[in-house]
Design a protein around this ligand. Structure first.
Ligand SMILES: Cc1cc2nc3c(=O)[nH]c(=O)nc-3n(C[C@H](O)[C@H](O)[C@H](O)COP(=O)(O)OP(=O)(O)OC[C@H]3O[C@@H](n4cnc5c(N)ncnc54)[C@H](O)[C@@H]3O)c2cc1C
Length: 465
């Protein structure tokens, strides 16, 4: 147990990728560092432990990435997914810095998979962690401990009382008991607020009771709320969150990546009244998967069911839970808790509307329905080949967009535009500066790594002066 009576140069609030990058960097720059993680040791690492990869710019093939991924292409991708809701200066800075993270990460113990060849196009843009985010987080904790970062688990930073833009002290609860710590600088790296269901309820109402939170239950936004209440400038739409379709049998929190379901484009999706409600074939799945969480959230009871036949099952990655399977549609409906008459009627209407086309799951194939509302505009094939398969779906929340505004030096900005004197931020809590909307696979870890290192270095330098 660290000695909490001594003042630290840098206190880092959080225990995921952004916090670890900040803590290790600050220590490497000579600061005494305390990392305060809300979770107990066994659950440390936040959402970062569920991750698999990081998106990085590179000019030429490297051991962990194929071909090249230049600044302009990366920037174009970001502009597209955010609809321009980004800060070009911060974004380009992050993109450029992403090309230089590998040496530092490897030195800090992170291992990567060799770049994948073949058809998986992410091998060009995203470097995959060997052993996933859990191995990355464990490696960082080992390094942090080895170089002398003190770590306090089971401890939530609840407030950073500020006067004239200066954080005076750090108020925490440790295993539920209040304590106060002195620190010259603080790095806020404690994620979003998606696990705070009461806060989410303000925007979504009681529908949140049917949401599944894909990551840690410890990202409750306690510190974010405290900072915003003290006139720290906010960024990002508070009512928005990134939500995907998840297997409805997933646990309420922390199910991670394995509960995601990619069956939508090759199935029809019905609500609890066994009625379709959106074009399942609108676009290729990576471009469309993030709208399905919201679509399901708008359905009665926030539940939906993906239904397909034997032809489609080999085309998508199943969730970790077994599919619901039956020899006929009536039996499938009963197993899913749907009205068999209604489901059979919906499938019959859909099958009648399917027009002959050349099915091709590798592209937008134009195999569509005709005269059906809503239509299915690609990959429409009759559902007629037993056994029939179904999965229940719920909205799965990945993260929220609301955060604190920062400068390029990771300084937290106040509402009047001044930077706070000794407060920095990294990771999801400031990602909205760059990713104000939408999502670019692997960019969350890039932002946390780049800004974590900036925040750690700046905080250490400030503390020394
Ligand atoms: C299932 C899943 C898969 C994902 N896959 C990827 C991927 O492959 N690539 C990618 O780039 N992104 C991915 N993401 C997004 C990614 O997880 C985040 O962008 C990234 O982990 C954010 O890092 P962070 O350190 O800011 O937050 P987190 O890793 O969530 O860490 C926040 C930490 O703060 C702690 N904490 C919270 N409140 C407090 C407090 N008040 N006091 C002290 N500690 C506190 C938490 O316990 C936690 O340790 C995925 C997300 C999920 C849910």
């Amino acid at each position: 147990m660290p000695d909490l009576s001594k003042p630290y140069d840098v206190l880092v609030a959080g225990g995921g990728n952004a916090a670890l990058c900040a803590a290790i960097t600050a220590r490497q720059h000579g600061a005494s560092v305390l990392l305060v993680e809300h979770a107990p040791r066994a659950m440390r690492g936040g959402n970062s432990r569920h991750t698999r990869n990081l998106r990085a710019m590179h000019e030429a093939p490297m051991d962990v990435l194929t071909e090249s991924y230049a600044e302009e292409e990366y920037w174009d991708d970001l502009k597209r997914v955010t609809g321009g809701n980004t800060d070009e200066h911060l974004a380009r800075m992050t993109i450029r810095a992403s090309s230089g993270v590998f040496g530092w990460m490897k030195q800090a113990g992170v291992q990567f998979q060799p770049s994948l060849t073949g058809t998986l196009n992410l091998s060009r843009t995203n470097a995959f962690f060997l052993g996933g985010g859990k191995a990355l987080v464990n490696a960082y904790y080992l390094t942090a401990e080895r170089i002398g970062v003190d770590i306090l688990y089971d401890s939530e930073v609840v407030a950073l009382p500020m006067r004239d833009g200066v954080v005076r002290q750090v108020e925490i609860t440790h295993k539920g008991f209040p304590a106060t710590i002195a620190a010259r600088c603080v790095v806020a790296a404690c994620g979003g607020f998606q696990a705070n269901l009461d806060w989410m309820r303000q925007y979504w109402g009681d529908a949140v009771d049917n949401f599944v939170i894909r990551g840690t239950p410890f990202n409750r936004g306690r510190l974010l709320r405290n900072l915003l209440d003290q006139k720290v400038a906010s960024v990002g739409d508070p009512t928005q969150c990134h939500a995907v379709a998840l297997d409805a049998r997933a646990p309420k929190f922390d199910g991670g990546i394995t509960t995601r379901l990619d069956s939508v484009p090759y199935s029809i999706v019905v609500n609890r009244d066994a009625e379709r409600f959106y074009d399942e074939g609108e676009d290729v799945w990576p471009k469309r998967y993030a709208i399905w969480g919201r679509l399901i959230a708008q359905q009665p009871g926030q539940i939906a069911y993906s239904v397909c036949d034997a032809k489609s099952v080999p085309l998508f990655m199943p969730s970790v839970y077994p599919a619901v399977v039956a020899d006929n549609l009536g039996e499938l409906a009963e197993k899913l808790g749907l009205d068999p008459v209604k489901l059979r009627a919906t499938v019959a209407r859909y099958n009648q509307a399917v027009r002959p086309g050349k099915f091709d799951n590798t592209k937008l194939d134009g195999s569509a329905t005709e005269g059906l509302d809503p239509p299915k505009t690609n990959w429409a094939r009759s559902i007629d080949t037993p056994p029939f398969t179904g999965y229940p779906l719920r909205p799965g929340i990945t993260f929220t967009y609301l955060g604190v505004r920062v400068s390029e030096r990771a300084q937290v900005l106040l509402e009047d535009g001044r930077p706070a004197a000794n407060l920095y931020a990294s990771g999801e809590i400031m990602a909205g500066n760059i990713l104000g909307r939408g999502y670019l696979a692997g960019f969350g870890m890039t932002i946390g790594t780049v800004f974590g290192r900036i925040a750690g270095e700046e905080a250490a330098r400030h503390a020394r002066n």
